[in-house]
Design a binder for this molecule. Structure first.
Ligand SMILES: NC(=O)c1ccc[n+]([C@@H]2O[C@H](COP(=O)([O-])OP(=O)(O)OC[C@H]3O[C@@H](n4cnc5c(N)ncnc54)[C@H](OP(=O)(O)O)[C@@H]3O)[C@@H](O)[C@H]2O)c1
Ligand SMILES: *[C@@H]1O[C@H](CO)[C@@H](O)[C@H](O)[C@H]1NC(C)=O
Ligand SMILES: *[C@@H]1O[C@H](CO)[C@@H](O)[C@H](O)[C@H]1NC(C)=O
Length: 310
């Protein structure tokens, strides 16, 4: 006869297997796996395209990729600031640095024209970094429509349509070796804090987009060689988030090193910064109710601090 204790023991082991698998993956991803970013440096001169590259995470990732041997196509919105950053990066080496300007919050762009100057370049990495959300007390019906749309434009629609314009070109580059398109997401996309619903929804859009596009290029017909990934990002010290740097909130520079070390790791959705992955796990463990209450409190505190500063 099988005893209840035996059944429970078997059930316990079966339930633990996924956790164990997750733990082994965790150790591999953050402590053992060597960087493979050089695999995108096939058929030089190879270019990486980075949006929102004039500050914060985008600028730091651009610098890091440049040091790894990539030529760069940067995107920003402020000519003077962008030119300064491009000059600063060029001074680090001998690779090519180009840039283009576009307000990602604006409702319409001619994306074909935007990418036309780069049609003869081998682009093997696209880092969709542009995006942001303001801290505001207002609910969506207390903000005007163009403001609300602007949040979705810069976080979701701009990366979508830029990817669409680049795809034919990326497929050509992918004939010679791997090509990667990475979307910078946010933990907000998983937990939708109060007053961040449109931002969170836009990042969530990128989660579905990543999986869908990856399936488009990989499992429908012959694989084209383009892969997609979504980066789950927690707090990072940057121009728009001026927090004290800590283990859970690294500087953009430290964070960029972790990003470049993990690009192309094979996971479609992951946190490049290890402590963010731990936080993600803790939030799943706590459950939605507790997380919602906790984030409401945290957002309230952050809003208060902001108001004190202003
Ligand atoms: N920092 C965090 O804690 C955190 C957490 C989760 C996710 N993220 C995500 O990480 C990405 C980068 O954020 P960050 O913290 O590095 O921000 P940041 O320091 O403010 O830098 C944002 C970059 O994007 C550009 N940009 C912003 N709005 C734009 C627009 N409408 N049109 C064109 N360019 C625009 C900025 O240009 P200017 O230099 O002209 O301002 C800058 O180059 C975003 O997608 C954000 O959602 C950040
Ligand atoms: C891109 O790669 C192809 C294939 O190797 C090569 O023939 C071509 O010259 C490269 N393009 C440029 C602009 O370097
Ligand atoms: C909408 O609101 C934003 C932010 O509050 C403001 O900067 C902008 O001028 C407003 N636009 C219109 C059309 O009212």
């Amino acid at each position: 006869m099988v005893s209840t204790v035996q059944i429970l023991a078997v059930a316990g082991v079966v339930l633990l297997i996924p956790q164990l698998y997750r733990f082994i993956n965790f150790i591999w991803l953050y402590f053992l796996r060597p960087s493979t970013v050089h695999e995108y440096l096939h058929h030089p001169p190879t270019y990486a395209l980075i949006t929102g590259a004039s500050d914060g995470i985008g600028k730091a990732v651009a610098r890091e990729l440049y040091d790894k041997g990539f030529n760069l196509i940067l995107h920003g919105r402020n000519e003077e600031k962008m030119r300064k950053v491009a000059d600063e990066i060029r001074a680090r080496g001998a690779h090519d640095v180009r840039y283009f300007l576009a307000d990602a919050s604006a409702p319409s762009h001619d994306f074909a024209r935007m990418v036309e100057p780069y049609k003869d370049l081998n682009i093997t990495l696209v880092f969709h970094n542009v995006g942001s959300s303001d801290f505001t007390k207002e609910r969506i019906d207390e903000q005007n429509e163009s403001y609300v749309l602007g949040i979705a434009q810069r976080n979701a629609i701009f990366p979508l349509l830029l990817t669409r314009a680049l795809l034919p070109k990326l497929r050509l580059s992918a004939r010679n070796g791997p090509v990667l398109v990475a979307f910078v997401g946010s933990q907000a996309g998983d937990i939708s804090p109060p007053r961040f619903s449109v931002y969170a929804a836009s990042k969530s859009f990128l989660i579905a987009l990543t999986r869908g596009l990856d399936n488009d290029e990989r499992v429908w017909g012959a694989p084209t060689g383009i892969r997609f990934e979504y980066l789950a990002v927690g707090q990072v010290q940057s121009n728009s988030l001026r927090v004290q740097a800590s283990l859970s909130s690294p500087t953009s520079e430290r964070f960029a090193k972790a990003v470049v070390a993990h690009l192309g790791c094979g996971w479609r959705r992951y946190a490049p910064w290890m402590p963010h992955a731990v936080m993600q796990w803790a939030m799943e463990f706590l459950g939605e109710k507790a997380v919602d209450m906790f984030t409401a409190q945290a957002i309230g505190q952050m809003l208060e601090e902001r108001e004190k500063k202003d």
